[in-house]
Design a protein around this ligand. Structure first.
Ligand code: VG1
Ligand code: CO
Length: 543
């Protein structure tokens, strides 16, 4: 096999965001663009002899083409073997599992997660290390640095690999193995949860409705829910993977998962409904006419973890991203276990899990997971809930309401303003920061500012420091507003405003979150001047 070296020029915009590099497909299709980034990844690694690379993606448009390119480049850059999911498919948590189970050197995951897919929409790529988790900032910073100076990339001009059939292709000592995308992951889930109890719960007439949003979890859901747990075929909707995700926006929230929301709030509502995102790492949990916020979901899973076989011995600790509500903190305090607050993005949980400090992690952005892999895991969260429903015999709503009675309720909402011109979004941040010195002590209606800061985090394991992770306005009563700019979008800026108030008052607990937070929302506008600076009166998405 002869290695070809191709001369190239750097692109200036290959800085990985919250979760890898995400751009329009047309950007990735520019000559050398994908290759430059992949070579920049490989150039940061010291690839040992006999190293294996895990490779797969969420099945979106351009997935298959990118996989063929990456196989050729992996061969030229010294990998001995590539493990690739059949048809190029691996959900993000399944890829993390493959890296760990087969102890591969690392993995490349092709996904722009919940961003829409298709020739005019988004593509993404990220590198995961041998622990199965997203590369930490130290590595993503090095990849970006390499991408700014790259002059050449390497490939071997191999024939296209047939991704449709399982098996090994050997090309002059270099191996490509196409593996079943689902089996290892389904086995892992079966080893963690009480499948017999969930089966009985379903057989007793309880109904489940799962929506894969035309994205990667379709084949996983069929194997787990219908084949292994005996759910009826009509329990699943949108479970055929399509390259443009059915033209939709595979973000499992009340706005975008409208097919499922209609069913869960309809006349024939099932006992339990759930959805996952483009690459299968996010989840939305619904009961009969009832929505569970991701922050509450994390807290409730933590509080009841011992009912799940995998966690029968209890949790070593928990972690949440900074903007996620403090509901899980209350559970940790009661359980007497550690609770860590990290910046946004799953890459910050890896060290804590590797060091055995935490078992469960979560983000308000519909991400929940545990140390069974090093990514958030949508179907895992769904199975947690099914296991808890089966073990307690309670409904989703009664589990949550009882949780609030015991722990109080962190009333929570996130308001997203999408597609804001970058200068306007920056102006909002600058405007808030300019008031930092004067805000503490100021009263706004019934809220008095206690402290403000731009969140920074020192990793307790490797002491690395991450600054500029989101503006926090903390009020004397314990409520808070957090404002940050998204690091996953591909068009303009997205401003995220996170609102949280705590209440032990049972009457307040019954209120709709938007009602209960109305005053805090208006205080956040007063301080940020967001409506004036952006001309936006309403958020694009409320979760
Ligand atoms: C968003 C979420 C963050 C999540 C990230 C990746 O990032 O807020 O919590 O980890 O997406 O999730 P940002 O920077 O846009 O706020 V996924 O499912 O898109 O890989
Ligand atoms: Co995702």
């Amino acid at each position: 096999m002869s290695i070809q070296t191709v001369a190239t020029n750097p692109f200036s915009d290959q800085k990985p965001g919250t979760s890898g590099l995400r751009k329009k497909v047309r950007v990735f299709q520019q000559p050398h663009y994908l290759q430059n980034f992949v070579q920049s990844i490989f150039d940061t690694l010291e690839i040992p002899a006999n190293a294996t690379l895990t490779l797969g993606g969420d099945g979106r448009f351009y997935n298959k083409e990118a996989i063929q390119v990456i196989i050729k480049m992996a061969a030229a850059n010294g990998f001995a073997k590539v493990l690739v999911g059949q048809h190029g498919i691996l959900s993000t948590p399944a890829a993390s599992n493959i890296i760990r189970k087969y102890q591969t050197f690392g993995g490349i995951i092709l996904s722009a997660s919940h961003n829409p897919a298709g020739p005019d929409d988004d593509f993404g790529i990220k590198y995961n290390t041998s622990n199965g988790g997203p590369a930490p900032e130290k590595i993503t910073d090095a990849i970006f640095a390499n991408s700014k100076h790259i002059t050449q990339y390497k490939l071997i001009d191999l024939p296209e690999v047939d991704l449709s059939s399982i098996g090994v292709t050997t090309l002059d000592g270099f191996e490509v193995e196409v593996i079943d995308s689902v089996a290892d992951y389904a086995d892992l889930m079966q080893s963690m949860f009480d499948f017999a109890a969930i089966k009985r719960w379903l057989a007793a007439g309880h109904r489940l409705q799962f929506d894969a949003m035309h994205a990667v979890t379709g084949p996983y859901a069929k194997e787990i829910f219908t084949h292994r747990l005996g759910a009826s075929a009509d329990s699943l909707i949108n479970c055929e993977v399509s390259e443009n995700f059915g033209g939709g926006h595979p973000d499992p929230n009340l706005t975008y998962a409208e097919d499922l929301v209609k069913i869960a709030y309809g006349e024939q509502a099932p006992d339990f409904a759930a959805a996952s995102d483009g690459d299968g790492d996010r989840n939305m949990i619904l009961g009969n006419h009832f929505f569970v916020t991701p922050s509450d979901s994390l807290a409730l899973i933590a509080a009841n973890a011992k009912l799940i076989p995998a966690y029968a011995k209890g949790l070593s600790g928990v972690a949440r991203s900074m903007p996620t509500s403090g509901a899980v903190d209350r559970v940790a305090a009661k359980l007497g276990i550690a609770c860590y607050e990290t910046p946004t993005g799953w890459k910050f949980f890896g060290n804590l899990m590797d060091a055995g400090r935490v078992t469960l992690c979560g983000e308000e952005s519909f991400g929940t997971g545990s140390d069974h892999v090093r990514e958030k895991d949508g179907l895992w969260a769904v199975l947690c809930w099914l296991n808890l429903l089966a073990a307690t015999g309670e409904s989703v709503e009664s589990l949550v309401r009882k949780h609030w009675q015991v722990y109080g309720r962190n009333v929570y909402s996130r308001h997203d303003y999408e597609g804001v011109p970058t200068e306007q979004a920056n102006a909002v941040i600058t405007h808030i920061k300019a008031q930092f010195a004067n805000l503490p002590g100021q009263a706004f209606g019934s809220y008095t500012v206690k402290a403000v800061d731009d969140f920074s985090y020192t990793d307790p394991v490797d002491a690395s420091v991450s600054t500029g992770q989101g503006l926090r306005i903390l009020f004397a009563c314990g409520s808070r507003v957090v404002i940050r700019l998204s690091g996953t979008g591909t068009e303009g800026a997205t401003i995220r405003v996170y609102l949280e108030a705590f209440t032990e008052d049972a009457a307040q607990q019954q209120l709709d979150a938007q009602e209960a937070l109305a005053e805090l929302i208006s205080v956040s506008h007063q301080i940020s001047q967001l409506p004036q600076l952006t001309g936006r009166q309403q958020p694009t998405v409320i979760t």
